[in-house]
Design a protein around this ligand. Structure first.
Ligand code: BDP
Length: 576
């Protein structure tokens, strides 16, 4: 799926701004042709923290705006594209339903050419944000009186994951044109042979549209090639892409009829390889060590809304501590963030929104279908980013069920069929299966979330480190695959101090992270260390979540460093 682009063949109009909004608590609204009144609301942004009484409202909300298009657009193919609507979106233009999409965090587009007029187009979007067991991620799972967390310790709202279930139109909405005959999709894969970069380009375009000419430009090279002759571009003395040198070439594709160019699309290309070899992860043939974080798209007032300045800030914070990577915990991040990771040189484990999956029959088939849909959509969206080095199919599924292994084997095979070039993982948590995790048999890299010294061995970091070391060694001995400690951390109240250190103090977090990192540095098979979390973030209310916050950030929610951030900087930052 191509990100919209503006050039002399394609134009974009951004619909960000103040829309009208109405809630529909009993889901009886019939406002597809438009509604009167409503309240102003900002798009993109979550609705929850904008309007006073909607903080915990997860039902149906209707959005409406009007827009015009330049007269010159009419007669061309016109599309509308939503970066993310959480959770279920139904869209009407001038009273006609033009499509619907299930699932937040991934883009979708509908062609609107035959419904759009020059002026006063009425766009209506019905958003259903309800948590349900047959949605992904799931929520409102029937309480289990035998489990304290399903019973008397149940959180509110009752999500099956640890972040606030923000809803609404959370990323940009764009209307855009493409030419009548157009480039529809591009897939780029890269390889390295000696000092030569091998760039494979596959283009999908409208039928009978002539030929495609590719121009690859950068670092003193300019290769021009007709893709009907060969879809492989060979770049002598290639400037490879890596975190230290995020070298990007510009690949421009032109669709030609005879000598006339009828469409053009340009995308950045980073020439790099990523492979698993034994218990190592190799970037451009060399072992690579990931240092970095899990993170959240989370900021006061915006909720999970698109905030470009916060993205830049988070890259700055990560760079400041010496991180070279992150995982898109626990849903695909905005595609603009992935483009920045390409430019700024960050390695990304790209995760779908499959968090909190469980295998009870109720809703299972639907959850399975959604996981397949989201894996397809994620790979289609992000396949061309050099920064993306791994797909994560899920975070912490409740895999202590015999259905879990086959469920993920199928999903793994799907991801590998769609993209044979990248390793695939399923992120696992210790308390569910430990080293008996069924997905460890077939995934390429073992991603382990472990909290020894916090949820168990609480208050006793050294005991936790011992348990962790024993489990890492046993897991490595059993599977011989590279391991990433994909989460470790401790809730920390900023400004709370204790000597000797104790839980929730800045000293405890600092000691916990230091001792864990020192252990990981001794294990050659550990190829990554991702601290949980970059910043404090909002979650549901629960007795174990003070102030409805998860305080495991090494930065506060407003991006100020805790003591541990300074320590990480000493541990991770390379000498300059
Ligand atoms: C991990 C989850 C993460 C939580 C974290 C925690 O993957 O979403 O926020 O625990 O409890 O197990 O802080």
């Amino acid at each position: 799926m191509l990100y919209p682009q503006s050039n002399s063949y394609r134009q974009i109009q951004d619909l960000s701004g103040f829309w009208n909004f109405r809630i529909d608590p009993d889901a009886s609204g019939a406002w597809s042709a438009g509604f009167e009144g409503g309240q102003p609301i900002a798009v993109p942004a979550s609705w929850n923290d904008q309007l006073n009484d909607l903080r915990d409202y997860l039902g149906v909300g209707w959005y409406q705006t009007t827009f015009s298009v330049p007269a010159g657009w009419l007669g061309q193919p016109i599309f509308i594209r939503f970066g993310s609507v959480n959770y279920l979106a139904e869209v009407w233009l001038n009273g006609t339903q033009i499509g619907q999409h299930e699932g937040g965090h991934l883009p979708f587009a509908f062609e609107i050419s035959s419904h759009v007029q020059a002026e006063a187009n009425v766009l209506v979007v019905r958003v259903d944000g309800e948590l349900a067991p047959d949605r992904v991620p799931p929520g409102n799972i029937p309480p289990d009186p035998k489990s304290p967390f399903g019973g008397f310790l149940r959180n509110f709202p009752a999500n099956a994951f640890d972040f606030f279930p923000y809803c609404g139109i959370q990323r940009p909405v764009q209307v855009y044109t493409v030419p009548q005959k157009a480039i529809q999709d591009v897939t780029v894969t890269t390889d390295i042979e000696g000092t030569t970069g091998v760039v494979q380009v596959a283009v999908e375009h409208s039928a009978d549209a002539g030929q495609v000419r590719a121009t690859l430009k950068g670092f003193g090279t300019e290769l021009v090639q007709d893709l009907d002759d060969s879809s492989t571009l060979r770049v002598e003395n290639a400037a490879l892409w890596s975190p230290d040198q995020p070298n990007l070439y510009d690949l421009t594709l032109e669709l030609l009829v005879g000598d006339t160019i009828i469409d053009r699309y340009t995308l950045p290309v980073g020439i790099r390889t990523i492979q698993v070899a034994g218990d190592q992860l190799l970037l451009n043939g060399e072992p690579v060590q990931l240092t970095g974080f899990g993170r959240h798209e989370d900021f006061p007032v915006m909720g999970r809304g698109y905030v470009p300045a916060v993205m830049i800030k988070d890259f700055e914070l990560m760079r400041w501590v010496g991180a070279n990577s992150f995982r898109t915990t626990h849903y695909p991040y905005a595609e603009e963030m992935m483009a920045l990771a390409d430019r700024l040189g960050f390695l990304v484990i790209d995760e779908t929104q499959a968090v909190g999956l469980y295998f009870a029959e109720h809703g299972l088939e639907r959850r399975r279908e959604l996981c397949h849909q989201f894996t397809r959509e994620l790979i289609a969206r992000d396949k061309n980013h050099p920064s993306v080095i791994m797909w994560s199919l899920a975070n912490e599924p409740f895999n202590n069920d015999e259905k879990a292994g086959p469920f993920f084997r199928e999903l793994y095979d799907l991801a590998k069929a769609l993209d044979p070039t990248r390793p695939v993982t399923v992120v696992n948590v210790g308390m569910i299966n430990g080293p008996d995790e069924p997905t460890f048999e077939f995934v390429d890299v073992l991603c382990m979330n472990r909290y020894y010294g916090w949820y168990s061995q609480g208050g006793n970091i050294d005991d936790g480190i011992e348990v962790l070391e024993a489990e890492l060694d046993a897991t490595h001995a059993k599977f011989g695959k590279p391991i990433i400690l994909s989460e470790f951390g401790a809730d920390t109240l900023p400004g709370w101090h204790a000597e000797p250190s104790e839980m929730f103090s800045e000293e405890y977090q600092t000691e916990f992270l230091t001792k864990t990192i020192n252990l990981l540095n001794q294990k050659s098979y550990v190829v990554g260390q991702h601290v949980w979390n970059l910043c404090d973030f909002k979650t549901s209310q629960a007795v174990f979540r003070t102030a409805a916050m998860n305080f495991k950030g090494v930065f506060t929610r407003d991006r100020r460093p805790k003591m541990a951030a300074h320590r990480l900087r000493e541990l991770w930052r390379k000498e300059e």
